[in-house]
Ligand binder design. Sequence first.
Ligand code: PLP
Length: 408
Amino acid sequence: MNQPSQSVADTHASNHDDIALDIVARVRSVVQTSESVALHEPNLGELEQRYVNDCVASGWVSSVGRFVDQFERDLAAYTGAKYAVATVNGTSALHVGLILAGVGRDDEVICPALSFVATANAISYCGAVPHFVDAEYRTLGMDAEKLRAYLSEISRVEGDRLVNRITGRRIAAIVPMHTLGHSVNMPALLATAETYGLPIVEDAAESLGTTCGGQHTGTFGLVGALSFNGNKIMTTGGGGAILTNDHEIAVRAKHLTTTAKVPHPWQYVHDEVAFNYRMPNLNAAMGCAQLERFPDFRERKQTLASDYRHHFSDCKTAQLVDQWEKESSNFWLNAIQIAKPTDDPLPLRNAILQKTNEAGLMTRPMWDLLSDLPIYSACPHADLTVSQDIAQRTICLPSSVGLVPATA
Ligand SMILES: *Cc1c(COP(=O)(O)O)cnc(C)c1O
């Protein structure tokens, strides 16, 4: 094998392949099957079938029905939010959440560069501009102290407005996102937001079941947005929800997601331009079943994470992205991070992605930074060194609930 003519680059490449095959073996021992494994599959059973059948039999399959009401009550009870309003998807929940926080045309909204595109898109739907900020290593989410220093440098107060002194635009809100299910340091972020008088809209699309200091993510800010897309920890096919503790905000959330129709026995009166964002009863039926089974899902996620932790504990190349002190994570997507000493992690990362996917183990990189997408490259951004580094070192691993036997 080791022919003298082999170049240094080739030697590195074959080293990378050996390391990647070691990662393949470790992931194989966790998933305990020789078949191909998806990144994240929904877990559906008899209960979902029963509720969906009941819904069809009732004839109430669209935007009103008892499952919607029950799903909203159950979500509020599970998360500890005072109110939950179900929506067609997580992006619409975020969009309306931003409107409720007062975000409007030509405002700037602080959000992470390391996120799924929906976070920035919801800001754009308001006619506002995303302003990208950096993450911290231990949470993968917004760095509250770095944000505080950044805001003190780039903003000034004009009356009751916080203004970006470079662009002249109002800074209207902060949107933290709980990456892969890991909570942002919310107490620290609340303190920064309070200093600058900014409302928080939490993108909790990935973090149902995650708490920070015992409090559920999505309930710290003025509003929080959940997603029940097919790839999330539980699904309604497609769906989302707005969480809030404020009665007036909850009433307005329902109003804005139901075309702002003023209740009346027969007349069509709509008092503002709003949205058809209500979750159909059919989807809510599935949601009620999934939420009933959710404690079991969450427990199986803990088991899977601890299996990964165990099988990567002696791995020198990469470590499991674990929970940090204040959070109890839902471990929606388990991920490994290539160890620091590697200067340029990309060749190794790509070798790991290549070998795992070839072996039928579906793995994925993190998103590219939103600030690097052509659609958002002209938007303002802070220093993004940490986000960039996390994006290049992190690999998401197969994490379906179904990889672990049911607890009950
Ligand atoms: C899934 C997701 C969303 C959007 O949810 P949809 O239900 O797909 O619209 C928003 N933000 C993040 C971070 C997500 O992962």
